[in-house]
Write a protein that binds this ligand. Structure first.
Ligand SMILES: Cc1cc2nc3c(=O)[nH]c(=O)nc-3n(C[C@H](O)[C@H](O)[C@H](O)COP(=O)(O)OP(=O)(O)OC[C@H]3O[C@@H](n4cnc5c(N)ncnc54)[C@H](O)[C@@H]3O)c2cc1C
Length: 279
């Protein structure tokens, strides 16, 4: 459920938003090849130097390509909590909800840097922030500077070898059930917010090496591209990748905000770049 996208005061499900976007795009003349998986991209592989997109045994060609394949968010897979996404349960740090949790207890699940940063941010508003991790602690997964900051913050505590097994509330998250996996004991706690920072995998295994990516696989663009690929000492335009005519927008772009508004805005920002490239 997308609750903070401009123009939908009651929120809209991702599927309905995508269906509406599709209907609108078709009216503007876009053609959809639904149910097809992109399996490869051959740079300049067409007879006229265009790029060739592989769809299994089929191919399509394009003089400009926009990569917008998003990421696969790791899910918590606790059914009652999935039903409360956007109502106290958030995938990602959800900075917009910080004020809602003022003087309340919140929980962050995840042991990476994004979880640590979310906890530090939330501690400025919430009464207490608990970081829930499966492991013994944060040492293996979080940067030292963040661990020190968390240790020195009396409003943040860490619950090691713990998983979230259940939760609920009347229209909004009110409680969680936490299991200590070592002791095998469940505890029910009050919770006004749950922030799931379980990691996201970019879905771009099919991209060729010419399209530069960061260590995690997110596509690099603009000034983030390696300087060796720059032409005339200047980086490519924002949203342009290391391959002329190949652009990137949305969650798969390195440094993106992981929000619907930013993903669609980046897509719109690519349009003039495509026109420039074709010209
Ligand atoms: C549970 C949940 C709640 C969220 N809540 C919010 C919220 O409240 N507000 C908000 O702003 N954002 C929210 N987000 C984040 C938001 O959904 C993303 O930021 C946004 O969808 C990114 O858009 P995108 O176009 O980059 O990628 P996506 O929307 O992920 O679209 C990528 C598309 O590419 C397709 N694809 C991938 N690989 C291939 C391939 N090889 N061949 C063909 N197709 C492919 C995928 O199937 C998908 O349809 C939420 C995300 C989740 C998971």
């Amino acid at each position: 459920m997308i609750r903070n996208y401009l123009g939908f005061p009651r929120g809209i499900s991702g599927m309905r938003l995508a269906l509406r976007a599709r209907t609108q795009a078709v009216r503007f003349g876009a053609r959809f090849l639904a149910g097809q998986e992109v399996t490869g991209l051959s740079i300049g592989g067409g007879p006229d130097g265009s790029h060739v997109v592989q769809l299994g045994d089929d191919t399509v060609r394009g003089r400009a390509i926009l990569i917008a394949t998003g990421v696969d968010y790791r899910r918590l897979d606790v059914e009652p909590l999935e039903a409360l996404v956007g109502r106290g349960v958030n995938y990602g740090a959800a900075a917009s909800t910080s004020r809602e949790v003022k003087h309340k207890d919140v929980f962050v699940v995840g042991g990476g840097n994004s979880a640590g940063q979310a906890a530090v941010h939330l501690s400025r508003f919430a009464r207490h922030v608990t970081i829930v991790v499966r492991r013994d602690g944060l040492a293996e997964t979080m940067s030292n500077y963040l661990i020190r900051e968390i240790e020195g913050n009396p409003r943040i505590s860490v619950r090691p070898h713990t998983i979230v097994t259940d939760g609920g509330g009347e229209g909004h998250l009110e409680w969680l059930s936490l299991r200590d996996t070592e002791a095998g004991v469940d505890e029910r706690v009050e919770a006004a917010g749950l922030y799931l920072l379980l990691g996201a995998q970019p879905t771009c295994h099919w991209l060729p090496p010419e399209v530069a990516r960061d260590d995690l696989g997110f596509v690099l663009s603009g000034a983030d591209t390696p300087w060796q690929s720059w032409q005339g000492g200047r980086p490519p335009a924002p949203y342009a990748t290391t391959v002329p005519g190949v652009f990137v927008a949305g969650d798969i772009r390195c440094g993106s905000m992981k929000r619907v508004a930013s993903a669609s805005g980046e897509g719109a920002a690519v349009v003039p770049l495509v026109h420039q490239h074709l010209a």
